[in-house]
Each structure stands twice: as C-alpha cells, then as structure tokens.
Design a protein around this ligand. Structure first.
Ligand code: ATP
Ligand code: MG
Length: 568
C-alpha cells in the first residue's frame, strides 16, 4: 500500500472522527475514500485491513489531538466543510455517504414562497452534505388546482434561488403504477371501495364508526374499483385504507386513498379520472424514487403512521420521514392557501407584490437568493413553532448587498434651496464610499432640493453641510430657502443633509411594504407610497439595480419612475 493512499485514508478518518465526536467507522471511511478515488475500487480487499488499522489508531486519539493533526497535516479538510455552512442543519444518524436521496415535492398549485425555499434548501443541503442526490417532484394529483403556469413558476423560483436538483419528475408520470399499487391494496384486502356519502363518512370517522362498505369482500371491492374508472361519478366512490376506526390518530380512521376528479389535468388532460390522495401518492413515489430521507413540515406528522403502514402492506421499501417547522412570519402569511385569494381578489397587485413572501416578490423587493439561503440555514432545524424574524432575513441581505449598492441622493417632501453664490458647474461623486463602483457627474447651478424634514428647524444664520459638496449658511427661510456657501473646509460638527440639484431630476414613487395582516385582518395600509426626487443618474441604471439612498435606506429600481424599499 503506497504512502499516498495511507495518507488519504488517515485524512478521511481524522475528518470523519472529528465531525462525529471523535469516533469514526469503517463504512464511513470506505465510502468516502472510494467516492473520491474511484481508481481504488478494484483494490478494496487490500485496502480494508489498512483502513481498520488506521481507524483504530485514530479512534484512540482525543478530539483535540485529531483536530491538531488535521490542522497541521490536512488543513484543506478542515476548510472544505466550514461549520457555519451547517448552522441549523444537524448531522443525521446513520446516513451512508453517497447514498442519500432527498426530494422536494411541491404541488404545482401556486407560486413558490420562502417556505418552499426553506424546504428545498434543506433537501438540497442535506443531499450535498452526504454526497447524495435531490429530486424535484411535482406532486400533481389534484387536477382541479394545478396549472402549467405553476410548474414553470416553481422551476423559475428554484433556479433563481440557485437550488440544484439532480432529477425532475411528476407524480402524474407514474399514475398507471400508482393504480397498480391501489389494486394490489384491494387484492390484499388492505383497502376497500366506499360508496357512502361524504358527510356520512366524515361523521363516521369522527364517531369512530365503520360503515357497511368496510365489510365488503375482495371480490366486491375489485369490481367497485373497476367501476371507479367508468361508472361512478365524482363523489360517488372512494378507495379507503383499511385502518383502525378506533385509532386515537384520526388519520388512521380509514382515510381515502383514491377519489374521482372530473376535469382537466394540466399535463394528462382528461385521460384519467381516478386520482390518488396525497398520502398514497407520496408514500408510493418516495419509495419507488429511492428517497432515503423524506423531509416535510410538521403538520404532516400524524400522517407518518399511514405513510409507513401503506408501504408495510405493500412490502415496499420505507424511507425515513423527518419533520421541520413551517416557516411563518408575524403578519405575513407563508402559505399558498392564504396568498392565492389575496392575489385573486386583487387585494395585492400580483404574486410579485412586494408585501408578499413569494420568491418573485422578495426578488422584486431586492432580497437576494444568497440571503434567503443563509437565513433558511440559520433557522434551527426544529419542530417548534416560532415566528421567524423578518429582520434577520434583512440583516443577512444587508451584509450581502451593501458592497454593491450604489449610493444616490434622494429627497422626500422636497423644498427648494437656492445657493446664491454657487460657482461649481458640476461635481463628480463616487458611487460607493469604499468600493469602486464608478463615479457619476452631477450638473449644478444655484437651484437644489432638500428634504422637507431637514428644513423644519432651520433658522437664518444656521450652517449646514450639503453632503459631498460644501457648507452653506442659511440667509432666508420659508417655502423657498436661500443660502450661501461659506467656506470649502469641511467642518465635522455641522448637520449633514442630502440634496438633489434641480437640473435633470427624476421624480420617483417609492413603495414601502408594511405588515400585510394586523390582528389577523388585512392591513389596508400595508403598502405605502412615498414621493421622492432623485438624481438624473437613476435613469441610467438598469432595472433591478440596488441603490442605497443616502440617509434613507436600500431600494431596488423597479422602473424609471418607481423604486421599492428593500430595508433600512
Ligand atoms: P401551502 O399550500 O400552505 O403553501 P403546502 O404544504 O400545501 O403549503 P406544497 O407545495 O405541497 O405546499 O409544499 C411543498 C413542500 O414545501 C412541502 O414539503 C412542504 O412541507 C413545504 N412547505 C410549504 N410551506 C412551507 C413553509 N411555510 N415553511 C416550510 N416549508 C414549507
Ligand atoms: Mg400541499
């Protein structure tokens, strides 16, 4: 065995031990070694004893010794997995490196929001952490609610977020296979067709009562199953899991596995009318897709028993289901169910209305994908329901956008200022105080605008500094203010105010998103509009440029006449 291979093994063993409380294991080291060195696959037999020897040696060292050796001999292994990338995503038990498969299963029934981002990022990051794969699976088995537009919007959203998946598929691709499994359930007498009225079924489930359909035999159920495809109408028959009508877990009281839905599916049109319910489709799909870890939000927790029971009955491989909490903000609903009516009723202007937590809206508001990822990973991976602080997202965002945001002057509630003795024809100002983001030339004459707020306490004789320009002394106050430059030397103790020259000004609407709901009620004043005046340079910027209006805050250029307030 050559020294270079021994060295590689020792590095992997140390790294793995260091990350697992000081102890490493053969299988972990072997799979990692062969993952990075496929050329060694043919030599596994010779390598295994060497690995065992190295591992027993490494496991004898204390964690601090392991760390010291990593630092001195394998610094690159400490660098490749910075701890902070994993904030909130704890390591999982018993995962085999290179074997993990996760999936993100959105229903194409609306636009993606930051909650979906959290889920997709968790799926992606875990797959990445364990050298696995992630599947994007459109969970499209509710023809009434789904539209092609939404499949596309979800893909666009994930692309924008930079979430990469290894495979994309639709649950509806497997409809025939799902039927086969459905029929199998009936043949195993693990499911039956129920023709009771919906109200009766709901009442029976509440009152823990069985109906007469439950005692139907396999022959009757098989016949009825076939009738679901032709004879019965929507609502006249469903397939039910033979669970336990007395179960404490209400989900297990013979839940529906298939129902009839008339109407067009976005892809399969009207070819099929029998559709699996969520619980059946998701269990079958996860199992056949090779999913090893199925992450979903906590509200599905009671459904786990059903998920596993279905797969048990069918003798199918069972993934591990793991839950995390739903992402919710105070006053900002992170749920398609609530967002959709807001858009459809016209209470907000569309899915990109800056008040919403949809990805389109966040993008338009100036939140960048990297901030969303950092934010999602910073939320601890727990099931506890806590409202996430929106300002934590803002603070990640601020750090990222600050170095690339142009500084421009903008004044609100403008008041005219005349500087009688201005003799500068123009000034050239840097677009950022530290970074090289270019310069802009501002044409000047004696006419300026300053913010109304800054004029309130001005008295004749006061001195102020026009930022980046000069100091002036007020000679007249009123609806128009007059002043004269006093000297060119910068005095630090003067109040500094921003200004805009009257030449080439741009009048702007600035949209300021506020809390959407207050005490559960739609806040009619959730979108404020401010009139502002900014420099002509604004027109030269591309739409989407992030600007920090001096002494105001970060805004994203939305159009030639409109900007959206990102945050302080
Ligand atoms: P809703 O329709 O209320 O937005 P959903 O769960 O019906 O939510 P799906 O498209 O079915 O939406 O969800 C796809 C995945 O995204 C699921 O795993 C779900 O758990 C997750 N998800 C949805 N909303 C959130 C949220 N607010 N926070 C975290 N994960 C979410
Ligand atoms: Mg759903």
């Amino acid at each position: 065995m050559d020294d270079e291979v021994r060295r590689a093994i020792r590095g992997i063993a140390l790294q793995n031990a260091y990350e697992h409380d000081g102890k490493t294991r053969n299988d972990a080291v072997i799979s990692k070694l062969l993952g990075s060195r496929p050329d060694l696959r043919s030599k596994v037999k010779e390598i295994i004893p060497v690995i065992s020897e190295i591992i027993s040696d490494v496991n004898k060292c204390s964690i601090s010794k392991q760390k010291a050796e990593l630092e001195s001999s394998y610094p690159e292994l400490l660098v490749t997995k910075p701890k902070d990338e994993r904030i909130g995503l704890p390591p999982l038990e018993g995962v085999e490196y290179g074997k993990m498969v996760t999936r993100f299963p959105p229903e194409p029934n609306g636009y993606p929001h930051i909650g979906h981002a959290k889920a997709a990022i968790i799926d992606e990051e875990y797959a990445k952490m364990y050298g696995g794969k992630m599947i994007l699976r459109f969970d499209d088995t509710n023809p009434e609610n789904e539209r092609l537009e939404y499949y596309a919007a979800i893909k666009v959203g994930l692309d924008w977020l930079g979430v990469k998946y290894d495979r994309v598929k639709n649950t509806s691709d497997d409809i025939e296979l799902i039927y086969k499994k459905g029929l199998q359930m009936i043949e195993l007498d693990s499911a039956y067709v129920c023709t009771c009225k919906q109200e009766t079924t709901s009442r029976n489930r509440r009152e823990m009562k069985s109906c007469k359909c439950r005692s139907g035999d396999v022959e009757q159920n098989t016949k009825r199953w076939h009738n679901m495809f032709e004879k019965y109408k929507s609502g006249e028959a469903i397939v039910r899991f033979r669970g336990d009508m007395q179960s404490e877990n209400t989900v297990m009281r013979d839940p529906s596995l298939f129902r009839i839905v008339e109407g067009n599916h976005p892809i399969l049109l009207n070819k099929y009318r029998v559709w699996p319910n969520y619980d059946f489709a998701v269990a079958i799909e996860d199992s056949i897709d090779g999913v090893t870890h199925a992450f979903r939000t906590k509200e599905y927790e009671l459904r786990n028993e059903l998920y596993y029971s279905i797969l048990d009955k069918l003798g199918m491989r069972k993934p591990k289901v793991l839950e995390f909490s739903r992402l919710e903000f105070a006053g900002m609903p992170v749920s398609k169910r609530i967002l959709k009516p807001l858009v459809e009723s016209g209470q907000v202007s569309g899915y990109d209305d800056p008040r919403l937590p949809t990805l389109e809206a966040l993008r338009r508001r100036g939140i960048v994908p990297e901030a969303i990822r950092k934010f999602a990973l910073s939320l601890s991976f727990t099931k506890s329901d806590t409202l996430a602080p929106f300002d934590a997202l803002e603070s990640f965002n601020r750090k990222i956008i600050d170095p690339t945001s142009l500084r421009l002057f903008m004044v609100t509630d403008p008041v005219k200022l005349i500087v009688k003795n201005n003799n500068l024809p123009s000034v050239e100002l840097p677009n950022h105080p530290q970074k090289d983001l270019g310069k802009r030339k501002i044409e000047l004459d004696e006419n300026f605008y300053i913010s109304g707020d800054d004029t309130k306490s001005l008295r004749v004789g006061d001195q102020i500094r026009l930022i980046e320009l000069y100091n002036v002394k007020i000679t007249k106050v009123g609806s128009v203010i007059e002043a004269e430059c006093v000297d060119e030397n910068f005095k630090t103790d003067l109040p500094k105010i921003q200004w805009v020259p009257q030449k080439n000004v741009v009048r702007l609407n600035i949209l300021i998103p506020k809390t959407l709901f207050e005490n559960e009620k739609f806040n009619e004043n959730s979108l404020q509009t401010l009139q502002g005046i900014t420099e002509g340079y604004y027109l030269e910027l591309n739409e989407g440029t992030e600007i920090q209006f001096v002494r105001f805050g970060y805004c994203r250029k939305d159009s030639a006449i409109q900007a959206i307030y990102t945050h302080k």
